[in-house]
Design a protein around this ligand. Structure first.
Ligand SMILES: [Zn+2]
Ligand SMILES: [Zn+2]
Length: 641
């Protein structure tokens, strides 16, 4: 029986637990460790899809972790499962629990895909640092081993190869993650154009890995994809892919270098190209990276591909708005029935919407691609009884054309045409009736998009502008390190503005001038103060303030470690602001409690320990802080009863 098996860290790879067990046991040879874990030396420990998990969990009698939990939280299986049909998935789970797992890879379809696995175990340097802050050690994270995840989905930095060869790990070697195996400094620096899509792709894969998704038939996703291609005019309504347009749109979205990095180059001339095949009825499964890439192409959150009803509704689910401004139900979703016809030339759907409150009928060519489309009028088919009645009244009263137009919320020409059609008497000058009727063009002003995009835009633009006023001689990179959230938002949503409103690159002339340390000290101090003032503003979780972490964010790691004595103001300020491990643990505890309350969960001591990743043996001061906080919470609760 295994007594000292380590407690798993979040997202820890099963192999990592084996390696930690092996290290803690100290004197065992790898073979002996295998025997301890599985009861026999014929077993193997593997990095991605482990076999015989059932034997292992039975031997872990003290900790009650089930085989299902191990598979779900500590192996790479969940990333493959949603793309495997249900019956095959059950077989695979059975063999991960019962057999030694020899044929698992073949049955997942991984072996048949062209995505090559990594040769080394991988790590993110920032996660590593966080682990040391939080736990005093690091471990192999599952997400970093997923093929296609090249950038950390938390830190957005490139994931690196460790020195641990997977080939060795799979052959009876237990290699732990530590400062020696994870100390690769030779990684290339990626340009932002590559980081951005790699980060987004990693986010999708992380979501798939962590959301307990069920297996699906091989053609499940294809149906999703084709409906979306239709919306974009890249497939016909009879499900035929417009291949040339599809490839050119895909290649316009992702550049060749990016596709090569994730082993998913495309080639339109190749009949069996994956980008063609994944849209056809097929009998084979595709690697999760390829699916994630298609999902990324459509720029929708991953969950949309697993939940959204498949039926294609070009104008959404309804009811739809009345867009006649003088209607009592204006801008309300009161139209219950829409009729859809298809345009003969373009084959695009045309929706016709009729309001029962005012008789107004309008149509619009679909599909609606964004929420603002639901405010659009394509053609006015009927003005409706309300409009005509108001027009008669206003004309009869002898009002001016402009006045009537403003009352009816249309342009003057539309008023005139309608009046002609109704044979009304009026004194305005104007077009002949025949000509006016021929044009058949009416303008109803449409509503602005009621979206908060513009308010975000204003907010981030202001932050970015003010930042430049405050730090006038800073480069774009330095500004970015001060407010990464604002930078990323603008980069994604307002790229051109950002380009035009950032400091231009200045080529520094080499100078022999002596450094004015006093001035530099003041500058860095100023920068550091700003950073501390906004600490954790753009992070979900609190992070620890250490000299290293501050220096990294200021982009001044070398300067602060080499010229410490020349920067007295900065250094004394920083020493005042850094947090001890205990300070940080307490900050984390407070954050955990806030989160629990926010989610309406009970605040209990054991929960706080677990969520804050703390052991019972943590410093007395932290223990006290926890008891105190929980005590206060309980008092509050009693008061509310
Ligand atoms: Zn990371
Ligand atoms: Zn209406």
């Amino acid at each position: 029986m295994l007594v000292h098996f380590p407690t798993p860290y979040p997202d820890e790879l099963l192999y990592s637990l084996f390696a930690r067990y092996h290290k803690n046991a100290g004197t065992l040879s790898p073979k002996q460790t295998i025997k301890e874990l599985f009861g026999t030396i014929t077993n193997r420990a593997v990095v991605d899809l482990q076999g015989n998990i059932g034997t292992l969990t039975q031997r872990l009698k003290t900790s009650k972790i089930s085989s299902q939990e191990v598979i779900e939280n500590h192996t790479l299986y969940p990333i493959y499962r949603p793309f495997i049909p249900p019956d095959r998935s059950n077989d695979i789970i059975k063999s991960m629990i019962q057999n030694n797992g020899g044929s698992i890879h073949t049955r997942t379809g991984i072996s048949a895909s062209n995505i090559k696995p990594f040769n080394y175990l991988r790590y993110c340097p920032s996660c590593c640092e966080d682990d040391f802050d939080k736990y005093g050690e690091t471990y192999w994270h599952r997400i970093h081993q997923v093929p296609g995840v090249l950038v950390c989905p938390i830190h957005s930095v490139p994931i690196r190869n460790s020195s641990a060869l997977i080939k060795h790990a799979n052959q009876h070697e237990f290699i732990i993650a530590n400062k020696i195996t994870c100390s690769n400094n030779a990684e290339r620096i990626l340009p932002l154009e590559l980081i951005k899509p790699l980060f987004e792709l990693a986010k999708i894969l992380q979501w798939i890995l962590n959301n307990n998704l069920r297996p699906r038939s091989l053609n499940f996703y294809r149906t999703h994809y084709i409906e979306r291609l239709k919306e974009r005019g890249l497939a016909t309504y009879s499900n035929r892919i417009r291949k040339k347009e599809w490839y050119s749109s895909f290649q316009g979205r992702f550049n060749a270098e990016f596709l090569e990095m994730i082993q998913s180059e495309v080639n339109i001339k190749e009949d069996c190209d994956w980008l063609t095949m994944i849209m056809q009825k097929h009998r084979r499964s595709f690697h999760p990276v390829r699916h994630a890439l298609i999902m990324l192409y459509f720029s929708e959150p991953a969950e949309c591909f697993f939940d959204r009803p498949i039926k294609h509704l070009p104008f959404g689910e309804g009811p739809w708005r009345c867009l006649n401004k003088i209607c009592t139900e204006y801008n309300q979703n009161v139209i219950k029935n829409e009729s859809i016809t298809y345009c003969n030339e373009t084959k695009r759907p045309v929706g016709t919407f009729c309001c029962n409150y005012c008789g107004f009928i309008y149509s619009r060519r679909g599909p609606d691609r964004q929420s603002s489309d639901s405010f659009k009028i394509g053609r006015v088919k009927e003005f409706g009884f309300l409009f005509d009645q108001k027009l008669r009244e206003l004309t009869g009263e002898g009002n001016s054309l402009r006045y009537i137009a403003s009352k009816l919320a249309v342009d003057p020409m539309t008023v005139k045409r309608r009046a002609l059609m109704l044979d009304l008497n009026f004194s305005w000058e104007g077009e002949k009736k025949e000509e006016a009727l021929k044009k058949e063009c009416y303008s109803f002003s449409s509503v602005e998009e009621q979206d908060n995009l513009s308010s975000y835009k204003n907010k981030h633009r202001t932050v970015w502008t003010e930042l430049q006023l405050e730090f006038a001689d800073y480069s774009k990179t330095q500004l970015r390190s001060l407010r990464p959230d604002t930078f990323i938002w603008l980069y994604r949503n307002d790229e051109n503005w950002l380009k035009d409103n950032s400091p231009k690159k200045v080529r520094k002339a080499p100078s022999n001038k002596r450094v004015d340390w006093e001035l530099r000290d003041k500058e860095i101090l100023h920068q550091a103060q700003y950073l501390i003032k906004n600490w954790d503003k753009s992070n979900q979780k609190p992070t620890r303030r250490t000299i290293t972490s501050i220096a990294r964010l200021l982009n001044k790691t070398t300067m602060l470690s080499t010229y410490e004595d020349k920067l007295p103001l900065t250094m004394s300020y920083l020493h005042k602001e850094v947090e001890t491990l205990e300070d940080f643990q307490i900050k984390r505890v407070q954050w955990v409690i806030k989160e629990l309350k926010k989610n309406n969960e009970e605040v209990r001591e054991w929960k706080v320990y677990r969520k804050a990743g703390l052991r019972k043996s943590v410093a007395k001061r932290v223990q006290n802080a926890i008891s105190e906080a929980v005590y206060i919470y309980e008092l509050d609760e009693k008061e509310h009863l």
